[in-house]
Design a protein around this ligand. Structure first.
Ligand SMILES: Cc1ncc(CO)c(N)n1
Length: 235
């Protein structure tokens, strides 16, 4: 066996051990880090966050979550039609139930911060992200690809906000509830379960579908970075 063969063999062994998604996170570590350790998140973590940025993020994210609900519903429909295993449906349904609470939470949080949700105009990065979600709702998008996107979207928030809740951080008291919404351990475990469900599908998918899912994962990371960037415009 030459060196190249050996490498490809050990990397395919690794894929089995780590799961497809973990290998992608490793392979695209710098982009993943840019999405989950963004300056906006760092500013929450070190307590220097500009509250007008936080307010802007809050209003924009409410609009995003409203568009996210039908996307998650479309993933649920695909799961019911395409998978042999009812665990997928249950995990996705759990995510949908959480979104119901989330919308109520946004309304409460917005009034606490004096943000008028009905007056929010979606900014360009948000419009782009919402139309990407819409494109993923198409019947032509395979269940495995949509499920991977769902995982990536949730995982970026989980990872980012859990980072703000680590020990010895300066996260302002009044932002801890927001961080806890996505950074809590239960949500972390749910994301791991979703990752396992996505990995299972990715493992049995064709090379073509796996490639599409990887591209969608990368696109989610880019859109998440642009979304965080948006909070900082015109400070
Ligand atoms: C932009 C964005 N990405 C991910 C999530 C997680 O639900 C969210 N609320 N908003």
């Amino acid at each position: 066996m030459d060196k190249q063969q050996q490498e490809s063999r050990s990397s395919s062994n690794k894929k089995v051990d780590l799961g497809v998604i973990a290998t992608w996170v490793k392979k695209h570590a710098s982009l993943y880090e840019a999405a989950t350790r963004h300056p906006f998140i760092e500013s929450i973590r070190n307590g220097t966050v500009d509250l007008s940025s936080f307010r802007r993020w809050l209003g924009q994210d409410y609009i995003f979550v409203r568009a996210f609900v039908p996307f998650v519903a479309s993933v649920l429909v695909k799961a019911c039609n395409e998978t042999d295993d009812s665990s997928d449906m249950e995990v996705i349904l759990g995510g949908m139930a959480a979104l119901n609470d989330e919308l109520a939470w946004f309304k409460k949080e917005a009034s606490k911060w004096g943000v008028t949700l009905s007056a929010i105009v979606p900014l360009a990065a948000n419009v782009r992200y919402c139309s990407f979600l819409k494109s993923l709702m198409s019947l032509e998008v395979e269940y495995t690809v949509a499920l991977t996107a769902f995982w990536a979207i949730e995982a970026v928030y989980q990872d980012s906000f859990a980072y703000c809740l680590e020990e010895d951080t300066e996260t302002p008291e009044e932002l801890k509830e927001t961080c806890y919404r996505w950074g809590n351990d239960d949500f972390g475990e749910w994301c791991c379960t979703l990752e396992e469900r996505a990995n299972r599908r990715l493992q049995m998918a064709s090379e073509d579908v796996r490639k599409k899912a990887e591209a969608v994962f990368l696109r989610v990371l880019e859109l998440e970075i642009e979304f965080w960037d948006m909070s900082r415009v015109g400070i």
